[in-house]
Design a binder for this molecule. Sequence first.
Ligand code: NAD
Ligand code: GDD
Length: 331
Amino acid sequence: MSRDLIVVAGAGGFIGGHLVSHFRRNGFENIRAVDIKPFSEWYQHFDGVDNQQLDLMLLENCRKVCDGASEVYCLAADMGGMGFIELNKAKCMLTVLIGTHMLQAAQEAEVERFFYSSSACVYNADKQTSEDVIALKESDAYPAMPEDGYGWEKLFTERMCRHFREDFGLETRIARFHNVYGPHGTWDGGREKAPAAICRKVIQAKFSGKHEIEIWGDGKQTRSFMYIDDCLVGVPAIMHSDILEPINLGTNELVTINQLVDIAEEIGEVKLERRYNLDAPKGVNGRNSDNTKIREYLDWEPGIPLREGLEKTYRWIYDEYVAKYGAARAV
Ligand code: NAD
Ligand code: GDD
């Protein structure tokens, strides 16, 4: 039990929402949850928490939320999967205002620790040209050639975290998340990532009786996907560690997008005809997480198998789909 104030910025979203739930389950009583979205749109709802709807691009709002805080988890961002970040580079870059102002406010408020959620999108594109990718180690972010827009913003804010620590003594910690998935995440609307999108498309195909699926790219591109429960172990562990440099937080279970579809089909007990849309946003050809460092520091690494996590995610999206479109269309 701790009475110290924990702030979660971006608490109305996927990972932020789970983080607040995690802290509450673990007995923390003093939590401030902040997001720009109206409360009705938050993915999870919390009693007994100081919920605030505020735009964290504004310094004055960041000052309000950091006031009295001992720990700040900065997850707020205008982001999404490839379908969003490839087409909204300026919006993604404007998130730099959240990182900048949250760091400034946290330093002024003398918070003890500041967590920043960076991304595998900071890695140099040249290291991700082949599907048969060599797992990315932390040093592969330099020389810098990250994902245009979103990746540059993440890399810049990482550097700010570093310099706030070195110059001002603010204890910053940074995780580079590799594609995170699970229940209570975005599953439609354009910001969804591949695991949720593929589950939804399989469910949609079952509902419609039209047994086909559109896959972005040629399906041979590779990724690793981390289930949310692993993320919830990793974030507090990194926050309370002495890991000063950005560190990978992801699994190293590398799959092709075709294999991801195979698993979703198996869960949905259906076989679909595949159509490949080569004009859709694709991102890098291959990306995997090198977990040497996290194993060294924490004697742990994310390890929940994709099959296990995707089953839970599929079931949750199925229920959401039925809730949205009506049970009458269920198969
Ligand atoms: P999410 O979109 O579900 O959550 C982000 C939340 O930030 C949203 O609820 C959004 O409303 C809020 N937000 C946006 N602008 C804001 C503003 N101006 N003021 C206050 N709140 C604002 O995303 P997520 O998947 O939970 O990701 C959380 C963090 O992790 C983000 O920083 C993201 O870049 C990073 N990340 C996520 C993944 C992933 O696979 N989910 C991978 C790499 C990095
Ligand atoms: N979103 C989506 N929807 N992707 C699809 C689909 C689909 O229907 N079909 C195939 N894909 C392919 C994409 O073309 C891409 O090659 C791959 O699946 C993964 O797409 P995403 O999950 O959208 O994004 P990502 O892995 O390239 O990047 C994500 O992870 C980063 C961290 O590793 C993004 O969410 C980034 O914002 C995040 O930082």
